[in-house]
Design a protein around this ligand. Structure first.
Ligand SMILES: *Cc1c(COP(=O)(O)O)cnc(C)c1O
Length: 406
């Protein structure tokens, strides 16, 4: 874990948090790229190099992080035309990119086909028909994957399960006859290369994923005649948000499980990790504006909130909040809240933290995934800065311009 105390001072790797906050201001996301590089290496080794890793860039689309991914020879899983263009703008080539998501517009599909990306993961028969029509008009052959919904339930927050029959994602077994017909009818413009699944995020154990893979294998066999090459097992591996009290699956366990289960299929394994590569490598630094103590609560009102890190409000997610300077070591119980005019605007509730004062800096930990990418301009606050730390150098990220997107 990058956050550690030396005496009363908090360090992010070798950087003193108070110094970073002073130099760059707050609110600021900081990312440890050396740690991300290590995570990538562990992931690759766990599969003995025998895997196509496509980083789910919706977790964190920071340009320096994307360039690091490219340097480490891994690809991208994009979920919009905007992400596709953003990946191309940051060193990736079309063949590195898989495109997933339930609501692809005609413009986005046309972009993917014109650029000739590696694979489009299809989520409905209607989408397959749309892709075939656009491919025909462009005189192209679309390479696709079928996103299968294996109908497994997962022990994670209901908003982040995606492989249960009641979720909007993928196609369950009732779709298979129709898909076979459509693939046969559209052979000239559609080439089926992958069966894909992605059952959810923050998966704390591997059994739902292995169940999903086992339930999807017969589908792979059934569609093999269409020219399948890839079995895409999605992403979803959890990280530890509680400082070593949980032990999420390791890359090694994950790799072993997938390779053992898929050995007999003779396929290339693809996977789409997001959170597991970047989540633990980021933190959001903020400043305490005010302390407000009522007969019921101590509020630490900070200069960040749900507009910069929505996970606590959206998923009741836990993020550790650590004081950059522990002062005398006294602790108090706080609700750490932001400036937004919503009672759902909180970072942590009833949390024991060392005693805080106005102007103190706090680090909101494990915020490298689904932090900045989910940030908004709500209440017209500016977005946080982003700083990457790599090989002893701190680099400030240029603010993203909306015109860069689709
Ligand atoms: C979000 C997403 C992922 C990544 O999920 P993580 O939990 O961040 O690993 C992978 N594949 C698809 C299709 C996704 O939508």
């Amino acid at each position: 874990m990058p956050m550690n105390y030396k005496g009363s001072h908090l360090y992010f790797g070798k950087y003193k948090v108070e110094t970073l906050a002073k130099k760059f201001g707050t609110p600021t996301y900081i990312y440890d790229l050396d740690l991300i590089a290590q995570n990538i290496q562990k992931h690759i080794s766990a599969f003995h190099g025998n895997v196509g890793i496509h980083y789910a860039m919706k977790a964190n689309a920071n340009p320096q992080i994307l360039r690091l991914m490219k340097k480490k020879k891994i690809g991208i899983d994009a979920v919009s035309g905007g992400e596709l263009l953003w990946a191309l703008k940051h060193d990736f080539v079309a063949q590195d990119i898989i495109y997933s998501g339930v609501g692809k517009s005609s413009e986005e599909i046309e972009l993917a086909l014109r650029k000739n990306i590696k694979l489009i993961n299809v989520e409905s028969p209607a989408e397959l028909i749309r892709i075939a029509l656009i491919a025909k008009r462009l005189k192209k052959k679309a390479r696709i994957g079928i996103r299968y919904n294996p109908d497994v339930s997962v022990d994670t927050h209901p908003y982040i399960t995606t492989g249960f029959r009641e979720n909007k994602f993928g196609m369950d077994k009732s779709f298979l006859p129709e898909l076979k017909n459509l693939l046969t009818k559209n052979k000239k413009h559609i080439l089926l290369e992958a069966i894909s699944l992605h059952i959810g995020s923050q998966l704390k154990n591997l059994s739902p994923l292995s169940e999903a893979i086992l339930k999807t294998k017969p589908v792979y066999k059934e569609f093999q005649e269409f020219g399948l090459k890839y079995f895409d097992i999605g992403g979803g591996i959890a990280i530890d948000y509680h400082d070593d009290t949980e032990s999420p699956p390791s890359f090694v366990e994950y790799g072993q499980m997938a390779q053992t289960l898929l050995k007999d299929l003779n396929c290339k394994i693809l996977c789409e990790p997001g959170r597991a590569l970047v989540g633990g490598a980021g933190a959001l630094l903020a400043k305490v504006e005010y302390i407000k103590s009522t007969p019921f609560k101590n509020f630490a009102i900070v200069n960040t909130g749900m507009h910069h890190l929505i996970r606590p409000s959206l998923y009741q997610a836990h993020h550790r909040v650590l004081a950059a300077n522990r002062h005398q070591g006294e602790t108090l119980t706080y609700d750490v809240v932001g400036p937004i005019c919503e009672s759902s605007d909180f970072i942590a509730k009833s949390r024991i933290i060392s005693k805080l004062e106005a102007d103190d800096v706090v680090a909101i930990c494990e915020a490298g995934a689904y932090g900045f990418t989910m940030a908004s301009f709500y209440n017209l606050h500016r977005l946080p800065k982003e700083i990457t730390l790599y090989k002893g150098r701190a680099t400030e990220t240029k603010p993203m311009l909306i015109k860069d997107l689709l």
